[in-house]
Write a protein that binds this ligand. Structure first.
Ligand SMILES: Nc1nc2c(ncn2[C@@H]2O[C@H](COP(=O)(O)OP(=O)(O)OP(=O)(O)O)[C@@H](O)[C@H]2O)c(=O)[nH]1
Length: 378
C-alpha cells in the first residue's frame, strides 16, 4: 500500500438511519487523525452539511441537491477529492456521507475509477436503523444488495428496540452482509479504530472490483422492480434532473422519492406546525432542518428530525447574529409536494404571539439529555 494514499470511506444507509450522527461521532473521536468529509444532501438545503460543517471548517465539502450516484460523471467528485487530498490539507482519511437514497455501488465505482494518485478506496460502511429495518426492507428490497457489498455494517439505534429485536436484526444483517463486520451501536458510537482500520487496500480491491459492481450483474440489480411505479417520472423525482440521461437509474432508490426544500423568514406557529407534523402522511418518511418559533421561544432554534413515525426536536440557543430562518427538507414517496408546501406556508405567523402553551405540543418531542445514553427501549 502506498502510504501517501488517503483512504476514502463511503458512509451510506437509508434515510435517517444515523449517518450524520455517526460522522459527528467520528469527528469528535478522531483523536490525532484529521478527517475530511464530503457530504451529499438529497435536498437543495444542505442540512447535513450544516450540521457537520461547524466542526470541520474547510475540510468539509458539500455536494447538494441530488444523489451523488446520479452524477453524469465522476469529475465533480474528483474535484472535491482533489481539494481534500492535497498534501497541504494534511488530511488522513476522507469520509463521503452519501445521501440516504444514494446507490452505494455507484459511489464505490466512481472511487475505484478515480485516477487521483493521492486517494484509495477505503471501504463501504452501511448504517442500518434497527427500529426501521424490517419495514424499510419490505418497501425497498434493494437495500439487501447494499448490505451485500458493505465492508462494515453498523446496526444503529440499538436503544430504540428491545434486546431480542436487536439480536434478530443483527442476525438478519449478518445473513445479508457476507463477510462484512456487523456491529450494533446507539447514536453511531462505534469504535473509531474499527471504522478507519478497515482492510488494507490490496485486499479490498480483490474483494470488491469493477466486476463485482457491473451493472449487468444480476446480484447487483435487485430485480426488475420499477421504482417509478408511483407515477413520477425520473426527471421529476431526481432532485437535480440529471437522472434523465441515465436510463439504468430506473432501479435507483431515489427515483421513487421527491424532496421539498422549505425556507421561511417569518416564524412558524407552533400549533399549526404541530398539527401538520402530527398528521403527516405515511409516505413523508424524512424531515430534517431547523425551525424558528419566533416569540413562542425567541432564544432557541429547534433542530427537527422525523424518520418514519419517529419525531424529535432538539432546541439549542441561536448563535449571535445568526439569521432567524426556518429551513426544512422533506423527503417522501407518493407525497403531494405542492400541497405540502402550501400547508407549510400556512403555518407561518406574521404577527406572532408569545404562545408559550402552544409550545407544549413541540416540547412533547424534545428528548431529555439523559435519554440519549439511557435505556434500550424507547
Ligand atoms: N434513538 C436514537 N436516535 C438516533 C440514533 N442515531 C441517530 N438518531 C436520530 O435519528 C435522526 C436521524 O439521524 P441522522 O444522523 O440525521 O440520520 P442520517 O442517516 O444522516 O439522515 P439522512 O441524511 O437524512 O439520510 C436524528 O434525530 C438523530 O438524533 C440512535 O442510535 N438512537
Amino acid at each position: 500500500m502506498n502510504k501517501q494514499q488517503i483512504p476514502v470511506v463511503v458512509l451510506a444507509g437509508f434515510l435517517g438511519s444515523g449517518k450524520t450522527t455517526l460522522l459527528n461521532h467520528l469527528l469528535h473521536r478522531s483523536g490525532g487523525s484529521r478527517i475530511g468529509a464530503i457530504v451529499n444532501d438529497f435536498g437543495s438545503i444542505e442540512i447535513d452539511a450544516m450540521s457537520v460543517a461547524g466542526q470541520l471548517g474547510d475540510s468539509t465539502v458539500s455536494l447538494g441537491n441530488g444523489c451523488l450516484c446520479c452524477a453524469v460523471d465522476a469529475s465533480e467528485l474528483d474535484e472535491y477529492l482533489e481539494r481534500l487530498a492535497r498534501p497541504a490539507a494534511g488530511i488522513d482519511v476522507i469520509v463521503i456521507e452519501a445521501s440516504g437514497l444514494a446507490e452505494p455501488q455507484e459511489l464505490v465505482k466512481m472511487l475505484l475509477a478515480s485516477e487521483n494518485p493521492h486517494i484509495v478506496y477505503g471501504g463501504l460502511v452501511e448504517v442500518v436503523d434497527a427500529a426501521e429495518f424490517e419495514a424499510t426492507r419490505e418497501r425497498h428490497p434493494e437495500v439487501d444488495r447494499h448490505l451485500g457489498i458493505a465492508d462494515l455494517v453498523v446496526v444503529n439505534k440499538a436503544d430504540r428496540v428491545p434486546a431480542e429485536e436487536r439480536e434478530r436484526v443483527v442476525r438478519a444483517v449478518r445473513g445479508l452482509a457476507g463477510r462484512a463486520a456487523v456491529v450494533a451501536a446507539s447514536y453511531g458510537r462505534v469504535d473509531v479504530e474499527l471504522f478507519f482500520d478497515r482492510a488494507p487496500v490490496g485486499e479490498r480491491v480483490g474483494q470488491l472490483s469493477f466486476d463485482d459492481l457491473r451493472e449487468d450483474d444480476p446480484d447487483m440489480r435487485g430485480g426488475d422492480r420499477d421504482m417509478s411505479q408511483d407515477g413520477h417520472s425520473e426527471t421529476e423525482a431526481c432532485a437535480d434532473g440529471r437522472c434523465a440521461h441515465h436510463d439504468h437509474h430506473h432501479d435507483h432508490l431515489h427515483t421513487a422519492y421527491e424532496s421539498l426544500a422549505f425556507t421561511s423568514e417569518a416564524p412558524m406557529g407552533p400549533r399549526p406546525l404541530m398539527a401538520l407534523l402530527d398528521s403527516r402522511p405515511e409516505g413523508l418518511y424524512r424531515i430534517k432542518g431547523y425551525v424558528d418559533f419566533g416569540a413562542a421561544d425567541p432564544r432557541n432554534r429547534y433542530e427537527v428530525h422525523a424518520v418514519g413515525r419517529f419525531l424529535r426536536f432538539y432546541p439549542e440557543p441561536w448563535a449571535p447574529g445568526e439569521p432567524r430562518l426556518t429551513q426544512l427538507v422533506l423527503i417522501g414517496s407518493g407525497v403531494d409536494v405542492s400541497t405540502l408546501e402550501k400547508e407549510l406556508e400556512a403555518c407561518r405567523e406574521y404577527a406572532p404571539q408569545a404562545d408559550e402553551q402552544g409550545m407544549w405540543g413541540v416540547l412533547r418531542y424534545v428528548q431529555e439529555p439523559d435519554e440519549e445514553s439511557g435505556s434500550w427501549a424507547e
